[in-house]
Design a protein around this ligand. Structure first.
Ligand SMILES: *Cc1c(COP(=O)(O)O)cnc(C)c1O
Ligand code: SF4
Length: 337
């Protein structure tokens, strides 16, 4: 077993993001030790051999509370035995995305196209709707990436490219630079968007060169961060995001409503307020996609609506995210009122 260094002593933020990526923890026992927890303290049973393995980088572990088996960040990553329960309505591919027409490209929203740049993420979130995604055949790489670029170039109705994954920021700055250089030459493209959770789990991913690449092109660029709980936001993240804001990149946030993690009005309000302090606007509060293994995170619609109404009653309108769900085959998210 690897030597365990207490997480408080790890100088997470000074490391390069690639080192933090390599050092991500994948052993549940090691994660618990870092948090000063023993399996007996948990009121849930662990799954030590899940196909969708545990994966969490040290800077994210650092934001968890020591000794708390129900820490809201820990619960997003710890693999539990109850994920193996078979629950009706929870499937491998809830959004029917597998077997898309062009590998690495999803054109399901009007005017917007998703480029699936990477198969991996820095973190494995237990609620992830792509946890069973057979990425090998669905990646935008090499010739396939060129074919996707050709498709975008020959489809004038596409005005926005959304970099997706996995986590698109897991690719190198140089790869992103070359891709964006190609995209900005397509005259009908106006906007570039990046959906990512990487800066939350490894804030050093926002390198000066990344800020430069994202701002030094003619496309109006936004970054949709995926933050679920206010404890995920700390001063390190706030500081690292500043260069992006200063170069005019619009920051938005998309959360997933998760039972036992953020299904609480005071947590959701605090999240919105902390987001705004970092210049991030709350964009979507997403109902869980019904993926196999994630049923225990589900919040029913009536409760979701009550939470949404409570946010509307207590927050300025611009701090209330849209409550929405994704439905297979639909060309836009469905708003829930
Ligand atoms: C919803 C969504 C989109 C696109 O939908 P918008 O309504 O244009 O924001 C793109 N990527 C992800 C991951 C989404 O969840
Ligand atoms: S970062 Fe997003 S895509 Fe990656 S595992 Fe988490 S929810 Fe899934």
């Amino acid at each position: 077993m690897a030597l365990i260094i207490p997480v408080s002593q790890v100088e997470c933020q000074k490391k390069s993001w690639k080192t933090s990526l390599k050092e991500a923890i994948s052993d549940p026992g090691q994660l618990l030790s870092l948090l000063d927890l023993s399996p007996e303290q948990l009121d849930y049973e662990l799954d030590l051999v899940n196909d969708f393995n545990l994966r969490v980088p040290l800077p994210f572990i650092k934001k968890m509370k020591q000794g708390d088996p129900n820490d809201p960040l820990l619960l997003q990553v710890i693999s539990q035995a109850k994920e193996n329960n078979i629950i009706a309505g929870y499937d491998d591919d809830p959004l029917l995305e597998q077997g898309s027409q062009q590998p690495g490209l999803l054109h399901k929203y009007h005017g917007r196209v998703l480029l699936v740049l990477a198969s991996a993420c820095a973190i494995n979130c237990r609620y992830c709707f792509r946890r069973h995604f057979p990425y090998q055949g669905e990646l935008a790489s090499g010739k396939q990436l060129q074919a996707s670029i050709d498709y975008i170039a020959s489809t004038p109705s596409i005005t926005e490219v959304i970099l997706s994954g996995g986590d698109p920021l897991i690719v190198s700055d140089n790869y992103l630079k070359q891709l964006i250089e190609k995209l900005e030459q397509i005259p009908h493209l106006k906007r570039l968007r990046i959906h990512t959770r990487l800066p939350i789990v490894i804030p050093s991913r926002i390198t000066p060169s990344l800020s430069q690449i994202l701002s030094n092109n003619r496309l109006k660029t936004s970054m949709v961060l995926h933050i679920n709980h206010p404890n995920e936001i700390d001063h390190v993240l706030a500081t690292n995001l500043k260069p992006l804001v200063q170069t005019g990149i619009q920051l938005l946030n998309q959360s997933v409503l998760l039972k036992g993690i953020n299904d609480d009005i005071s947590i959701l309000s605090k999240l919105s307020e902390k987001l705004f302090e970092c210049n991030i606007l709350p964009y979507y509060l997403h109902q869980l996609d019904k993926v196999k293994g994630a049923a225990h995170f589900s919040v029913d619609d009536s409760r979701a609506k009550k939470l949404f109404q409570a946010m509307r009653d207590s927050l300025p309108g611009y701090l209330v995210p849209r409550l929405a769900r994704e439905e297979a085959g639909k060309h836009a998210k469905t708003l829930i009122f």
